[in-house]
Design a protein around this ligand. Structure first.
Ligand code: FE2
Ligand code: FE2
Length: 261
């Protein structure tokens, strides 16, 4: 049996601190030997930097997945190719640096395939078809390992459920990210794929998606452009744990909520 912890979008320095403080203890508590976290908001709320990733080097997270904010920090395109624990979305132009999927290893040498995918429905992205990419990549990874986890970073619940259903019996788990709000639909589909529309975030409870409430409310209320500062205290960590059998089929899925400060 393999237990994997999947952590939702890490937002800013507060999110990074919470992951550093909590990820290993949650993994120990649930017998997890592998951890995936969506990192697209880790650098001040927008994108990745090598420096932020270094801060999380001993957090317990094996792989960081990307999203629509992957390239928000201007230095990151030049940094990603030497980093072996970060995925940008797989279904983007092949001219983009980095890679979208890979095989990673637990401490005890079990190989886990991880795929980062980006949705297109209600999202302003330059992504290619995520379904075409998913079918091709999951089949390729399954040649190497029964354990394949997909992060589908997408807006619409219908889009995410459709992806989960398409990959039922093919991927071990299809877990959603991007909305920063955890959904209560965690389940195991008939073919053995664990699924949840959205895992949530590691961000402030008193916020709108990790950002200052007044700034977001003001933007919606007035339509005026404004900055959206990240809230770095009162952090809640949302994650989901999946248990997989030797065939890579899910036997359990469980939502985890932990308050940091
Ligand atoms: Fe996000
Ligand atoms: Fe996103």
């Amino acid at each position: 049996m393999l237990n994997i912890l999947f952590i939702g979008d890490i937002v800013g320095g507060g999110g990074r601190d919470a992951v550093n403080a909590l990820a290993r203890s949650i993994m120990d508590e649930h017998g997890c030997t592998f951890c995936i976290a969506n990192g697209e908001n880790m650098a001040g709320g927008n994108g990745f930097t090598a420096k932020c990733l270094k801060e999380l080097a001993n957090s317990g997270v094996n792989v960081f997945t990307g999203g629509d904010h992957t390239w928000d920090q201007k230095e990151f395109p030049a940094e990603i190719d030497v980093l072996d624990n970060v995925l940008r979305p797989a279904n983007v132009s092949s001219f983009q640096p980095g890679r979208g999927y890979g095989i990673f290893s637990t401490a005890d040498g079990i190989e886990v395939g991880v795929v980062s995918l980006l949705g297109r429905t209600f999202m302003n992205t330059h992504a290619n078809c995520p379904y075409e990419a998913a079918e091709r990549i999951v089949a390729e990874l399954k040649e190497r390992t029964p354990y394949v986890i997909v992060d589908f970073h997408a807006e619409a619940t219908s889009d995410k459920i459709a992806m989960g259903r398409m990959l039922d019996g093919k991927a071990s788990a299809v877990l959603g990210t991007h909305t920063h709000v955890p959904t209560a639909d965690e389940q195991i589909f008939p073919g053995g794929t664990a699924f949840q529309c959205d895992v949530g975030m590691v961000g402030a409870r008193e916020s709108v998606l990790g950002r200052e409430i007044d700034s977001i409310v003001g933007r919606y209320r007035t339509g005026m452009p404004t900055r959206f500062p990240v809230v770095n205290e009162g952090i809640r960590l949302n994650a989901t744990m999946v248990s997989l059998d030797e065939q890579g089929h899910a036997t359990a899925i469980q939502r985890i909520v932990r308050d940091f400060n």
